[in-house]
Design a protein around this ligand. Structure first.
Ligand code: NDP
Length: 392
């Protein structure tokens, strides 16, 4: 059907490339470009289908424009870092090509992420007759689709949403992050924030916790309240909502390491002088930590991510929990990756597929909540992320 240009060659990208290759009826040609071409070549070498690779600095708009003009893709799929979002959107505008990402823009110098910067592109995308789909990973991404599915099929009104992201797996490393360490640590050390009765309420970072018992005998974990970007688009697009919160599980060892790293200043994102060189401690820490893409063969256990939603059906209070359980080792067998990258890379491919086939279409900048959840939910079942619905 068409050609996709995938930008970024990290953990998530590896999965997305595998999954696009499995859907060859839609993704007839795959071009993979990133800052380090050898990483693209390493991913391409895992596949039987040919994947064309290229070097590109996605912070350099003219370089991106030249690549897009040369390859003429139907869609640019951004799985580089949030810092590149606006540059890649600029290049898509200049070349008239559709855009998709999995994480919202974040300025490198401030640990803050919100949709305002990307929503500001809506009129320009609309005028250019092209579409941008924001946040098509798992969280953000599938979590929003779960909410719109519940809204469409299970409840008359949604009142409370708790998104719960649990990783009951282990990679056996003393301290490692499951996706890009810099982005991950910026997110986790930020203040907590949730939406209640039309207002944002802030909490100190990782200061609110509860125990959560996962379904299917996976056991119980401590989950911590965090701010996460889909809360912003959910609050905007789900009517009648009174409260929306996001929770993530962390083990005690992870939190102990993080506390020490914070206390000694290793999570700082400002430049410090070291022997006449300017270094950013968090970037230096990233260089020391395991590459998340290398954790695939080491990680065992399962993830469980879902949305617990309370609302009203036929005048009565009803609770609905929709979740996916994903097995790290099964993911590795299929695409040589752990489940965190898998649960992100698969929905990125699905969003791209729905755009390339015109099932999800529009002109402008869109979030996941703005589209019919049914085709996405069907693809999740087909593509390795089956889900279940529990009502109580
Ligand atoms: P990685 O760090 O493993 O990979 C990022 C890739 O982007 C690397 O290949 C890197 O190149 C490349 N890159 C960085 N800067 C540039 C640039 N200027 N030009 C070209 N390429 C560049 O990250 P992950 O794969 O773990 O994460 C990818 C994205 O997925 C992130 O935005 C992350 O926030 C998002 N994500 C979303 C989730 C969701 O559920 N929605 C969950 C997990 C992640 P190099 O290797 O040369 O450094």
């Amino acid at each position: 059907m068409g050609k996709v240009l995938i930008i970024g060659a990290g953990g998530v990208s590896g999965v997305t490339v595998h999954k696009c290759a499995q859907n060859s009826d839609v993704f007839k040609e795959i071009v993979l470009a990133s800052r380090t071409k050898s990483k693209c070549d390493a991913i391409a070498a895992q596949l039987k289908r040919p994947v064309k690779t290229a070097q590109v600095d996605a912070d350099n708009v003219p370089e991106l424009v030249a690549l897009i003009k040369k390859e003429k893709p139907g869609l640019v799929l951004n799985v580089a870092l949030p810092y590149q979002d606006l540059h890649i959107m600029d290049a898509c505008l200049e070349t008239g090509v559709n855009y998709l990402d999995t994480a919202n823009y974040e300025p490198p110098e401030t640990a803050k992420f919100e949709y305002s910067w990307q929503w500001a592109y809506h009129e320009r995308f609309k005028k250019a007759g092209i579409m941008a789909l924001l946040g098509s990973g798992f969280d953000p991404g599938v979590t929003s689709v779960f909410c719109t599915y519940i809204q469409k099929h299970c409840l008359d009104e949604i009142h409370e949403i708790d998104i719960i992201d649990c990783n009951a797996g282990s990679h056996g490393q003393p301290f490692a992050t499951n996706f890009n360490p810099e982005i991950n640590i910026r997110e986790i050390t930020a203040k907590g924030r949730y939406w209640e009765n039309g207002k944002w309420i802030e909490t100190a970072s990782l200061s609110v916790k509860q125990e959560f018992t996962m379904p299917e005998g996976l056991g119980s974990l401590n989950i911590y309240l965090m701010y996460h970007e889909e809360l912003e688009s959910i609050a905007k697009h789900i009517p009648h909502l009174k409260r929306a919160r996001f929770w993530m599980s962390f083990g005690d060892s992870y939190l102990k390491h993080l506390e020490v790293l914070r206390n000694v200043g290793m999570t700082r994102i400002d430049e410090v002088d070291y022997n006449g060189h300017k270094i950013v401690p968090l970037k230096f820490l990233k260089a020391l930590l395991p590459d998340p893409a290398s954790l695939g063969s080491l990680t065992k256990g399962k993830t469980c991510i879902g949305c617990k939603v309370k609302g009203i059906k036929d005048g009565k209070e009803k609770n609905v929990y929709v979740y996916n359980i994903c097995d790290h080792e099964e993911c590795y067998k299929e695409v040589q990756s752990q489940a965190i990258s898998y649960t992100t890379g698969v929905p990125a491919m699905i969003g791209a597929k729905l755009m390339m086939t015109g099932v999800w279409k529009g002109q402008g900048v869109f979030n996941m909540e703005q589209f019919d959840p049914d085709p996405f939910m069907a693809e999740l079942n087909r593509c390795g992320l089956p889900w279940k619905v529990v009502t109580f």
